[in-house]
Design a binder for this molecule. Structure first.
Ligand code: ATP
Ligand code: MG
Length: 434
């Protein structure tokens, strides 16, 4: 038979395997817990969407839509896309299911994969994951403040200190066009001195120049007029209320007048949180207001605000800080010696598993030394040994794998014995050292 070639994962995508996925679960659990405390409900939208949804919301001439989106024609000719982000999907669902009729703000969160065809590197993948939340139906600055407070709490729960919250207002349809005119004029005076991308942006989408990452451009960009000097009275009042409330809630932030977000639909509040433990890709999350998005997608007027956390980068940061432990692994390994010990071993395993303990046992006859080796390789906290002698006496050996200490325990007492030693702490959330 000819040797088959190996099939590998698609470039920019990766398999996440245990035990690494234990940390992902831990982080997702923390997020769900914090979101629940702020009364957010989970929404799960499809990964496949009409391509037009993103062209209309994210913006037809953004990098995401022109260069990064995976689009294809379905067999019946419909243009589909793998979602590059989820805010547009959430707003589509909000309109499609008439959630605005519920007479209150809607607070929704999601966790799932997104797809962008970017150049893969550390912290940047073609399939990546986001945890995000959206609040629809109100433009009250109190909502912006609450959302940011919630994010800070989540990062704190994950043990991430050294994060910076960068805050800006990008104005709205009243004041931004005026600012863009001013910006355009300022850029005309810099013609020829900025990078090629910026020269192009200066003509097509001047706000994007502010987002330029090219080092040599930064001194020039720093000289450009600030949008904060051009906000209309309504946007200014909104931004001031937000800052006052952040102060009241004890949320620390830095004003970042050059912060614009990569998507077209943002209005007013825009923010980003960066982590100093990440390298070049240091933005852990981004978000902001999008008061016109619902109408852009054919829905009613429904102001909204949201954020998306890059989960892959969040995990990198959590690993770098090393304070959050993955979900607990194996509690008990059962080593049985001789065929006669298998049925009681199975019985004990079943009993412990029904009590939610994580249990592993030998599937094939093995020598004690090998079983103990397996148990320690798997990180078992305790090993229960059932051999001929133990069968005869009805007392099993229970070995604490960390200390090596071994004790004889009556068969019926093993569950209780383990409970006393690890039971109370085993499922409890590991406390984060502060
Ligand atoms: P960046 O400037 O890093 O490209 P972005 O502005 O494109 O980010 P958003 O669209 O705001 O990012 O998405 C929110 C978060 O999702 C980002 O802050 C980042 O943590 C994460 N993210 C975005 N693109 C990727 C990717 N290709 N791989 C991994 N994470 C990503
Ligand atoms: Mg990007």
């Amino acid at each position: 038979m000819p040797e088959a070639t190996k099939i590998r994962a698609v470039k920019g995508t990766r398999d996440l395997l245990p035990p690494a996925t234990g940390l992902w679960q831990r982080v997702e659990d923390e997020a769900r817990r914090v979101f629940a405390a702020y009364h957010f409900g989970e929404i799960r939208t499809p990964v496949l969407e009409p391509a037009d949804l993103f062209a209309r919301s994210v913006g037809a001439d953004t990098d995401i839509v022109t260069k990064e989106m995976y689009t294809f024609e379905d067999r019946d000719g419909e243009r589909l896309a793998l979602r590059p982000e989820a805010t547009a999907s959430v707003v589509r669902a909000y309109i499609e299911h008439g959630l605005f009729n519920q007479g209150r703000v809607n607070k929704l969160y999601y966790i799932g994969p997104m797809f962008r065809r970017e150049r893969p590197q550390k912290g940047r993948y073609r399939q990546f994951y986001q945890i995000g939340a959206e609040v629809l139906g109100s433009e009250a600055p109190s909502i912006d403040a609450e959302l940011l407070e919630m994010l800070v709490l989540l990062l704190d729960r994950l043990g991430l200190r050294g994060c910076r919250l960068l805050l800006n207002s990008v104005g709205d349809s009243h004041c931004r066009p005026e600012y863009v005119k001013v910006l355009r004029r300022a850029l005309e005076n810099m013609q020829g001195r900025l990078c090629a991308d910026c020269q192009r942006r200066a003509a097509t989408n001047p706000l994007r120049v502010l987002d330029c990452k090219v080092e040599a451009d930064q001194p020039l960009i720093a000289k450009l007029p600030s949008i904060l000097d051009h906000l209309c009275p309504e946007c200014r009042a909104h931004f001031e209320r937000l800052q006052a409330e952040l102060g009241q809630r004890g949320v620390k932030y830095e004003l970042a007048p050059r912060l614009v977000r990569g998507l077209d639909y943002y209005t007013r509040t825009a923010f980003e949180i960066t982590s100093d433990v990440l390298g070049a890709q240091n933005a852990v999350l981004g978000g902001g207001r999008y008061d016109g998005l619902s109408e852009l997608l054919g829905g009613p007027a429904a102001p909204g605000i949201g954020f998306a956390i890059g989960l892959d980068r969040l995990i990198l940061a959590v690993e770098a800080v090393g304070q959050l432990k993955p979900q607990e692994g194996l509690a008990v390994y059962i080593a049985w010696l001789g065929e006669a010990a298998l049925p009681p071993a199975i019985e004990l395993a079943t009993e412990l598993r029904r009590a939610d303990w994580s249990v592993e046992l030998d599937y094939e006859p093995a020598k004690l030394k090998k079983s103990l080796g397996t148990a320690s390789k798997l990180g078992a906290r305790f090993t229960v040994i059932i051999g001929e002698g133990e069968l005869a006496s009805g007392r099993y050996q229970v070995k604490n794998m960390a200390t090596g200490e071994q004790q004889e325990v009556p068969a019926a007492r093993v569950g209780g014995y383990l409970q006393e030693r690890i039971g109370s702490t085993f499922f409890a959330r590991a406390e984060i050292g502060r």
